[in-house]
Write a protein that binds this ligand. Structure first.
Ligand code: FPP
Length: 249
């Protein structure tokens, strides 16, 4: 581990209050490739290396849940060769990493509209999900074909159906009723949301879940994002004063 990363990790451990749940909007693969006159899929391929490093770094820091936005519902509208390169990369990532993820104690889950995945991708997803189901050191949520509004609509529909059938009365609908019907049910809300490449947008990611999340914008393009960058974001988080709308005691 580079010296500055290990110094940051020691500081993180000294200052306690590690974010339990870190969510990341991985952005900038295309610009990383363009800056090197390379095709966009090469940027995504290098982004896959950052995924590997950040998973390891999250475990070392003591993060419990890591949520990565890998492919949005809107991403289906990218040119077919790019969509297909991203899907192949997902299959490759699973094939290469499944055994190591299990060894590291990473429970992998895929959240999103998986009905749109091709059979081979779906098979890979199911296999790594089953293989790592018993792991409990880190939960890795990979958001694929995901959109937060669609996720909320599904939850709203299911609440409306239960209300219509009389199994749920409107007064009994609480925040927990909604949270428990989202794909992230059972996970704590993210404490820290990181977006790379300097963009300042939420892009339809975890709209309900990030109500009180601390946001960190990194100028670094995703393929250059490494453990040092993750630790710098966590150190920044540790210096925030989280008030949840109240005043400091
Ligand atoms: C955003 O960069 C990134 C994506 C749409 C894909 C993210 C995918 C990976 C990091 C690699 C594969 C991941 C796994 C888990 C196997 P962009 O293409 O929007 O970049 P740009 O804004 O610079 O064009």
């Amino acid at each position: 581990m580079p010296d500055d990363a290990s110094t940051l990790l020691s500081e993180i451990r000294l200052h306690g209050a590690v974010p339990r749940h870190v969510a990341i909007i991985m952005d900038g693969n295309g610009r990383w490739a363009a800056a090197r006159m390379l095709p966009r899929p090469i940027g995504h391929r290098n982004g896959m290396k950052s995924v590997r490093e950040v998973v390891e770094a999250a475990i070392e820091a003591g993060v419990e849940v890591l949520s990565l936005y890998a492919f949005s519902q809107e991403n289906w509208q990218r040119p077919a060769p790019e969509v297909s390169a991203l899907m192949s990369l997902l299959e490759e990532y699973i094939a290469r990493e499944a055994a190591e993820l299990e060894r590291q104690g990473v429970q992998v889950r895929f959240l999103g509209d998986l009905s749109r995945l091709a059979p081979a991708a779906m098979q890979a997803v199911n296999s790594v999900t089953a293989k790592t189901a018993h792991c409990s050191r880190l939960r890795l949520n990979l958001f694929v074909s995901y959109g937060s509004r669609a996720e909320l609509l599904d939850a709203i529909r299911s609440i409306a159906e239960d209300a219509a059938s009389g199994t749920l009365v409107p007064d009994a609908v609480t925040e927990a009723t909604v949270s428990n019907r989202l794909l992230t049910a059972g996970c704590p809300d993210p404490d820290l949301l990181i977006r790379t490449s300097g963009e300042r947008r939420i892009s339809n990611f975890l709209l309900w879940q990030i109500a009180y999340t601390e946001i960190y914008i990194s100028p670094v393009l995703w393929p250059d994002f490494d453990r040092r960058e993750l630790y710098a974001a966590i150190r920044d988080y540790q210096q925030r004063d989280r008030r949840y709308g109240r005043v400091t005691a």
